[in-house]
Design a protein around this ligand. Sequence first.
Ligand SMILES: Nc1ncnc2c1ncn2[C@@H]1O[C@H](COP(=O)(O)OP(=O)(O)O)[C@@H](O)[C@H]1O
Ligand SMILES: [Mg+2]
Length: 247
Amino acid sequence: MSKLLANIERVSAGYNGETVLRNISLKIHDHDFIGVIGPNGGGKTTMVKVLLGLLTPYKGKVSQPSGPIRIGYLPQAAQIDRSFPITVQELVESGLQGRRFWRPGPGKAQKKQIAQILHETGLSAYAHRAIGELSGGQLQRTLLGRALIKEPNLLVLDEPNTYVDKTFEGELYHWLQELNKKMAILLVSHDVGTISSMVKTIACVNQELHYHPSNVLSAELLKVYNCPIDVIAHGPVPHRVLGEHRH
Ligand SMILES: Nc1ncnc2c1ncn2[C@@H]1O[C@H](COP(=O)(O)OP(=O)(O)O)[C@@H](O)[C@H]1O
Ligand SMILES: [Mg+2]
């Protein structure tokens, strides 16, 4: 039986009275792996903010029908202030609380948990390094550790493959397949090609949201939905754009 974790219903949202998202709806069940695609400025991050409760919609609502869930959030790298004097370990630790700055030190169980996450993300050797001194991939791994430490039911990643090398990208995708056995995943990317091999379903966000209950999309559909994705223009085969990379 699949459980409805989060329900976005007929939401309109934006900033300063301007509408960015128009009447969007999306249901997220446990075990889902939803790829969110769409052009830059289409409203993907805005939808994530609404889902996380960081932005109040003008209209519609977001609910957690099966009871409160824990959401792990990996923000878009551009939103991170890298000059902030915080170490890898502290940033991971901050995921244990909803708050960003968390003063009283962690307890014994939490210390173990933090050490375990640092180990799993390959960051043990960097625990005391300032985040400003990390490579793009290391920063993303730290942010992933931060998102995972509260053992979320839903993991939301906003463009995790930006500013990282191919090695990290491969590692990340492997992790996500494993993590999806334990939690639902919502993966935002402007790059259809890279996500197509692992997501189960796709939401195309460009002011409106069009949901596709499969990971295969035709170029025609993407055009109809006004979802101008790079791969359409550059891909060798204009049809079944997302089918090519399936295992
Ligand atoms: N804090 C903000 N204040 C005002 N406008 C914003 C803000 N954040 C995003 N926008 C605008 O909302 C639109 C959608 O942005 P965003 O959700 O970041 O798109 P995406 O993540 O798909 O690139 C853009 O036009 C952007 O300029
Ligand atoms: Mg964005």
